[in-house]
Design a protein around this ligand. Sequence first.
Ligand code: FAD
Length: 269
Amino acid sequence: MKAPSFAYARPRALAEALELLARHGEAARVLAGGQSLIPSLNMRLSAPALLVDINGLAELKGIKAGKDTIRIGALTTHTEIERSEAVRQHLPLLAEAVRHVAHPAIRNRGTIGGSLALADPAAEYPACVLALDATLVVTGGKGDRSVKAADFFKGLFETALRPGELLAAVEFRMPGKDERSAFFELARRHGDYAIVGLAAFAGNGTKRFAYFGAADRAVLAHNAAKAKDLDSAKTALAKDLRPPADLYHSSETKLHLARVLLERAWTRL
Ligand SMILES: Cc1cc2nc3c(=O)[nH]c(=O)nc-3n(C[C@H](O)[C@H](O)[C@H](O)COP(=O)(O)OP(=O)(O)OC[C@H]3O[C@@H](n4cnc5c(N)ncnc54)[C@H](O)[C@@H]3O)c2cc1C
């Protein structure tokens, strides 16, 4: 099918993009890599009156490693993340995760901002930003605001972004010496969305287990993270997750798979 007709704007400055979003409200939609939005238009799952193409906004692009933080602009593509030396060095969890995001053709155009703003419950990045306790930088008519990853994902394809706002960047703390991470995903084929996946972190006396494909959004398994040993963590996981069944897997199967991944991550960490 073809997309319903829409108006198209390609602003050259962030202020212009924000003005368009404020003026058109719910009728406007941001276009980044288009790898999720365009298929959804073609399938007529959505019909915005205006697409605001943000690809001309240089300030939303690139990876900057500072002294204390590493900042990834919302328009940075999956391929740029995959090829980044700074990501490999400082964010090994993200470097592992990105190889599971779709296929090269999609990774060449899809962006980290698009993935986080979409908040697909089976996507890899939302779990990574939860595991690494990252901060999302949101910009709008009233300026920037920072939202902790734990407060950003509100439900199925639902985030803390308000009408008229854009996701500008995501910021990660530079990792300390004793910090470790692990990433595991079960999918029918490499590059497919996950059946269940886990982004895990340990450091500073804290553990974080962020699951994807196991709820209506990426979620932190708080009870499992507090457990003293693996067996108690696996038992506690039932309090954290009640995965919705999909076409092929019952809720019980998904919980079992989540425990399999927990064991792998626990052992690795
Ligand atoms: C066949 C296929 C397989 C895929 N497999 C996977 C997979 O395994 N894992 C995975 O994670 N993803 C997968 N994807 C999705 C892909 O990663 C997309 O690139 C990503 O989800 C959306 O990024 P985008 O830049 O293409 O966003 P777009 O499609 O342009 O936009 C997606 C949504 O986010 C909004 N948006 C985009 N950028 C911003 C911003 N900066 N601020 C506010 N709102 C914004 C848009 O308005 C839209 O609602 C797959 C896609 C396809 C087509």
